[in-house]
Design a protein around this ligand. Structure first.
Ligand code: DQA
Length: 149
């Protein structure tokens, strides 16, 4: 059996590579897809998506609930204020499907408005501050719990 994992990225993350490289590094989302393809455990496929649209991100989470697809989510700036996204993410975890919140930077070491996440309270877990490696760590965790997926 193959487990498909959605790696969903919110606003401005389509600019990775050129966006604030001192904070987010020099790699873009295509590099993230390659990294996750390379590190995907046997039986796992990974699909990296990005949108600047809150409604599109919410629709993707609804799809994850319906298909019971585990999610690795970097909500980007929506992290800090989108109750609509939180409610959609809660549908995922309350259905018993894991959703891991990932941040490339460590928001707690940055501006005060980044210290609040409205997502963390309903996420399965949170990984922040490890660059792209955080996504790989999230995938590794999903593989470890794969018997329960
Ligand atoms: C981010 C942190 C957020 O505060 C910011 O708005 C982002 C990226 C991160 O991956 O470090 O866009 O989620």
């Amino acid at each position: 059996m193959t487990t498909h994992v959605l790696v969903l990225n919110g606003p401005n993350l389509g600019r990775l590579g050129s966006r604030e490289p001192d904070v987010y590094g020099h790699q873009d989302l295509a590099a993230l897809q390659l990294l996750l393809d390379d590190s995907a455990p046997a039986g796992f496929t990974v699909e990296v998506r990005q949108t600047d649209s809150e409604s599109e991100l919410i629709a993707w989470l609804h799809g994850a609930v319906d298909a019971r697809t585990p999610v690795i989510l970097n909500p980007a700036a929506f992290t800090h204020y989108s109750y609509g996204l939180r409610d959609a993410a809660a549908l995922v975890t309350k259905a018993g499907v894991p959703l891991i919140e990932v941040h490339i930077s460590n928001p707690h070491a940055r501006e005060t408005f980044r210290h609040t996440s409205v997502i963390s309270g309903i996420a399965t877990g949170v990984i922040a501050g490890f660059g792209f490696d955080g996504y790989r760590m999230a995938l590794e965790h999903l593989a470890r719990i794969s018997t329960t997926l």
